[in-house]
Ligand binder design. Structure first.
Ligand code: BTN
Length: 235
């Protein structure tokens, strides 16, 4: 198995993604950095990621042929792992792992030359969130009252990631996108996508072979969105 062939484990570190970047020259592909807590966990768009003990915080070093679907395969692997534990999460494009309408996990991919650092955070057994996150974030424990053993979830996740990554390297994109469609909560939904310079409202039709979201906008035009923050439109 490639993913987890080498493991760097720490009690505490600033951010597993930052640490992974310092290892790029030495660590083999598939190396995993796993920590109990992060003091400066990072989310997308320069935001902080709340990372106390109880969560699963990890990064993987990869050298994929093409990096566009890495966040997509990570979302599939996380959902598969949690579904196998009876936790019915969904994916909100591009990389939010959702449970009961709240975010319980996220994925941060960073491309450095030919390498991709794939950071995955799952709020497994966190019991309390700061006030500013309470309305939007939660944990597996708070939503289901189930305590999942972190070590088991980690082992299962490495296996699922390994399977998905192999499919990606074998260019089995159609199979991967079929899995993504199974887990996403967005198909057919009205969404607002916040991009750097504009907002786009539309209905989600599909995902493209390179991981872009395909929408029909309010004028009936087909739009392709490669990056942004996705909000489900309130009815
Ligand atoms: C997001 O939803 O914006 C992405 C969150 C990614 C968090 C994980 S936790 C492990 C890895 N190390 C980090 O500093 N961030 C990612």
């Amino acid at each position: 198995m490639l993913i987890g062939s080498k493991l760097y484990y720490f009690d505490e570190i600033d951010s597993t993604n930052e640490y992974a970047k310092t290892l790029l020259k030495d660590a083999p592909e598939g190396a995993v950095i796993l920590v109990d807590q992060q003091t400066a966990g990072r989310a997308r768009f320069g935001k902080k990621w709340f990372s106390p003990e109880g969560g699963l915080w990890m990064s993987v070093i990869l050298y994929p042929p093409d990096h566009s679907l890495i966040a997509i395969i990570a979302g599939i692997a996380v959902c598969k792992t949690l579904h196998m534990n009876g936790i019915l999460t969904g994916i909100k494009w591009p990389n939010d792992i959702m449970l009961n309408g709240k975010k319980i996990g996220g994925i941060l991919t960073e491309v450095i030359d030919k390498a991709v650092v794939l950071g995955i955070g799952i709020n497994l057994n966190i019991r309390k969130f700061p006030d500013e996150l309470k309305d939007t974030a939660s944990s597996v424990f708070l939503e289901t009252k189930k305590h999942l053993e972190k070590k088991n979830v980690f082992d299962m996740l490495c296996r699922r990631l390994d399977e998905c990554y192999r499919l990606l390297r074998e260019k089995q994109v159609r199979d991967l996108l079929t899995e993504w469609r199974h887990y996403t909560i967005l198909l057919g939904q009205e969404v607002i996508i916040e991009m750097l310079d504009k907002k786009l409202t539309g209905k989600v039709l599909d995902i493209s072979n390179d991981g872009a979201l395909i929408l029909m906008d309010q004028e009936g035009k087909i739009q392709r969105v490669v990056a942004g923050i996705c909000h489900l439109k309130q009815r």
